[in-house]
Ligand binder design. Structure first.
Ligand code: NAP
Ligand code: HSE
Length: 439
């Protein structure tokens, strides 16, 4: 038997991620012991329904239904919050941090909503809050920003941060699969959130973007200050038309900082990317993040963004840090957190968020319609670059796809309002941004 010290762990949640952590802790026990000099041992697990069938059998006495009891148990110095949600999860996290424990979290919704409170509580009580698994699944992007790129300022970070959406978009693009069918697959594979609208409406990506923005800029940007658009309005027509124009479609988070003006914009939206670009070719559940630093230049990270194994890998990385922290070998990662928000950094106004745009309209198929649309766009100085007209599924209607020259969010917002007011425009326009990131 080993004489290594044991580090008792509590798992609050034993679903996709919790079971992955258990599985890989068991499978890699010898390796982790050799690397860390500590025996990481799960001593308590809490779930909602203890009678539910699990993929792994836990030792007698480990499974319970009270996550708060784990958070408060003095015999458990490291607590993994792997339940999700922002109610009980917050209580559990705060209770453990108040006792000076290490909390490992995969819960980006919680961090986005309560990050300042959680970090302040950790600081006040000597606890530690680690959250590598909260962004981009198995990609160690938190460590990259916090440690590897600490010497940089970040004018641009963008990428695919949601595995479910990328899986759905890839399947729709490659095999014209119906949206509902692919979403059901993503749920079965353990990629989607319990409330899948968080994925497909763009909120999960926004939560992750908030975490990245804080790591990069020291500012908590609430989702109410972001543009957040999901993938639910995309149709096979959009993939076909995008392909005809030389683009693929990805749901991106874009975090852009204008250091000269001290303005920051954080946005999430489906984006047309040139088919040859690296990120356009990232498919399935994979995520990819492009980080441009003023010292390093552009760096790119890719890997599985969701699912049991990738997420467990990230949680285990934090557990390794927890082990080293509690052994005193490693400075607290909290010490490497970004500096407090520079007060001058403010949200970029919409007229400074610039892009080219793709607008799809379903319009009455009758003379003069195109002219009225062109005139509604010209009124806001939005210049049309290309027009494709095709059949619509609606009777006596046509599908119009327009792309624009570079414009800005204010002008496009006003243009859309003008288009909606036209009697000839039969459905709410679909607006997509065209990403010109140069890689
Ligand atoms: P999940 O499969 O739904 O598992 C949630 C677990 O938490 C279940 O074991 C559930 O118990 C337990 N739980 C929920 N509410 C509880 C309560 N009130 N009391 C006690 N236990 C409770 O979710 P998941 O996919 O593992 O996700 C967990 C967290 O990781 C979320 O914050 C998610 O956003 C994040 N995350 C997930 C992934 C992924 O790919 N799935 C990736 C990165 C981050 P029962 O099993 O009894 O219902
Ligand atoms: N639902 C999330 C996704 C899980 O699909 O990316 C990983 O955070």
């Amino acid at each position: 038997m080993s004489s290594l010290p044991v580090l008792p762990l509590g798992l609050c949640g034993f679903g996709t991620v919790g079971q992955g952590v258990w599985q890989h802790l068991e499978a890699n026990r010898a390796l982790l012991r050799a690397r860390l000099g500590v025996d990481l041992r799960v001593t308590r697990v809490a779930v909602r329904d203890a009678r539910r069938r699990r993929d792994f059998r836990l030792p007698r006495g480990v499974l319970g239904t009270d996550p708060l009891a784990i958070a408060r148990d003095p015999a458990v110095p490291v607590v993994c919050e792997l339940m999700g949600g922002t109610g009980l999860a917050r209580e559990v996290t705060l209770a453990a941090l108040r006792l000076g424990k290490v909390v490992v979290s995969a819960n980006k919704a919680l961090i986005c909503e309560h990050g300042p409170e959680l970090l302040a509580t950790a600081r006040r009580h000597g606890g530690h809050f680690l959250f590598e698994a909260s962004v981009a699944g198995g990609i160690p992007i938190v460590k990259a920003l916090r440690e590897g790129l600490v010497a940089n300022r970040f004018p641009l970070i963008y990428g695919i941060l949601n595995g479910t959406c990328n899986y759905i978009l890839t399947q729709m693009e490659e095999r014209a699969a119906p949206y509902a069918e692919v979403l059901a697959e993503a749920k079965r594979l353990g990629y989607a959130e319990a409330d899948e609208s968080l994925d497909v409406e763009g909120w999960d990506t926004a939560h992750k973007a908030a975490v990245l923005a804080w790591l990069a800029h020291g500012v908590w940007v609430p989702t109410s200050r972001m543009i957040v658009e999901g993938i639910t309005r995309l149709t096979p027509t959009d993939f076909r038309q995008a392909a005809a124009l030389g683009y693929g479609i990805k749901l991106l988070a874009v975090i852009a900082r204008d250091h000269a003006r001290d303005e920051l914009s954080v946005r999430v939206h489906p984006t047309l990317l040139p088919v040859g670009s690296v990120i356009a070719r990232v498919s399935g559940v994979f995520n990819a993040v492009s980080v441009t630093g003023d010292v390093v230049g552009t760096t790119l990270y890719s890997g599985r963004g969701a699912g049991r194994d990738a997420t467990a890998s990230a949680v285990l990385a934090d557990l390794a840090d927890a082990a080293l922290l509690l052994r005193g070998d490693r400075p607290a990662p909290a010490a490497l957190a970004p500096a407090p928000a520079p007060s001058a950094c403010r949200p970029a106004p919409p007229e400074r968020i610039r892009s080219r745009y793709y607008v799809r309209l379903t319009v009455r198929d009758e003379p003069g319609v195109l002219a009225r649309i062109a005139s509604a766009m010209a009124r806001h100085r939005v210049s049309i670059a290309t027009v494709i007209q095709g059949p619509s599924e609606r009777a006596r209607a046509a599908s119009l796809v327009l792309t624009t020259h570079e414009s800005d969010e204010r002008a496009l917002g006003r243009t859309l309002r003008g288009l909606r007011a036209l009697a000839a425009v039969l459905e709410d326009p679909v607006l997509l941004r065209i990403g010109d990131f140069g890689a």
